[in-house]
Design a protein around this ligand. Structure first.
Ligand code: PLP
Length: 363
């Protein structure tokens, strides 16, 4: 069997140990004679699986007692609507526009309330995070995209919002480094980047932000945080298998030093790659120093125009042949993008750099 180094932006690589364990338990999980996929979500066999997953989320993120942990469906994209639908009171929210996912969150929110885009990095094709000291105003919440998967930026600081709840899309950086949950009203993340297979969305929400009744008339039951909260994420059938896999990934994170351990591992990988890019006269990173993501690293070569298109294609084809896959850049940035989530090993990044050096010499 030949495992590749998978640099996909998502769904992405999972730790090999986790996949092996899941494979071992495929036909018979914990002596039940069933796969987790076949279990009733209300059975004695399944209950400890979701409970343990929640306990691990709480432990590893150090979540204060006044926060709920929910396992929902619909991806981060569903949260783009659920957040305004549930948090709307005065009818206005502040958003920072740092790229594609922010824009999608903004356009969805506009269906339910007024949106002020209080800062944006669109002037430079989103290659930096705007500097804003303090956000004030009559806002129901402030929304930021903590790590911008496509543009390769991350918030290295958090804006001051005073009493206004700070809401964040942490889909592509959750558990990549420690996060002070108490600074946020809501943290949400689709699982398929750093946590589990697609299908489950982790939502961490401060209890006082969960409304009894929703301001938007006839909101579907499934879009109400209180319904999921009151029912322990079991109002309907949860994505059982993805939650089981998340539990396994979290155990792997715990065994590897928790969020701090992940940060150490991720900083080492990212520094190696950025240092190489900064010292190269063939490649360069697209993102400004100080705003660079630990997880998604877009880069270009020295060529532009048609020659760039040709070279990028050659790079990706050659990489694939060496077992380094999914390195094509997003069309909005061009070039290449290496997503180096938690599960990517240091060896994987070293293999990528070795290939990049060889390719630069030949081209
Ligand atoms: C992938 C991604 C999304 C979309 O997630 P879905 O689960 O597919 O809805 C949203 N925001 C960010 C930052 C992402 O990386």
């Amino acid at each position: 069997m030949n495992r590749v180094y998978n640099f996909s932006a998502g769904p992405s690589q999972l730790p090999e140990e986790v996949l092996r364990e899941a494979a071992d338990e495929m036909l018979d999980c914990n002596g039940t004679g069933q796969s987790v996929m076949e279990m009733s979500h209300r059975s004695k066999a399944y209950e400890p699986i979701i409970k343990e997953c929640e306990a691990l989320v709480r432990e590893l993120m150090n979540i204060p007692a006044n926060y709920k942990v929910l396992f929902l469906q619909g991806g981060a994209s569903m949260q783009f609507a659920m957040v305004p639908m549930n948090l709307k009171k005065k009818g206005k929210a502040a958003y920072v526009n740092t790229g594609v996912w922010s824009k999608k969150a903004i356009s969805e929110a506009k269906k339910y309330l007024d949106v002020d885009v209080v800062a944006s990095s669109e002037d430079k094709n989103f290659n930096y995070i705007p500097k804003i000291e303090k956000i004030t105003g009559d806002y129901d919440y402030v929304h930021i995209t903590l790590n911008n998967t496509i543009m390769g930026t991350k918030w290295a600081y958090l804006p001051e919002t005073g009493d206004i709840p700070l809401v964040t899309d942490a889909s592509s950086c959750i558990f990549s480094e420690p996060l002070d949950v108490s600074k946020f009203g809501i943290i949400y993340a689709g699982a398929q980047k750093n946590l589990a297979p697609a299908g489950v969305t982790l939502v961490i929400i401060r209890e006082d932000l969960i409304p009894e009744t929703l301001p938007v008339e006839n909101t579907p039951t499934m879009l109400q945080y209180n319904i999921h909260s009151e029912n322990g994420s079991m109002y309907n059938t949860p994505p059982c298998y993805s939650i089981y896999m998340m539990g396994k990934v979290l155990k792997w994170i715990k065994a590897n030093g928790g969020a701090k351990g992940m940060a150490k591992r991720n900083i080492e990988k990212a520094e190696l790659l950025y240092n190489y890019l900064d010292s190269s006269n063939f490649y360069h990173a697209t993102v400004e120093k100080g705003s660079r993501s630990l997880m998604n690293v877009p880069f270009l070569t020295k060529y532009d125009g048609d020659k760039a298109t040709e070279i990028n294609k050659k790079f990706v084809t050659g990489a694939t042949a060496k077992g380094l896959v999914n390195l094509a850049g997003h069309r909005l940035v061009g070039g290449m993008r290496a997503s180096i989530y938690n599960a990517m090993s240091l060896e994987g990044v070293k293999a990528l750099i070795a290939y990049m050096e060889e390719f630069a010499k030949e081209n």
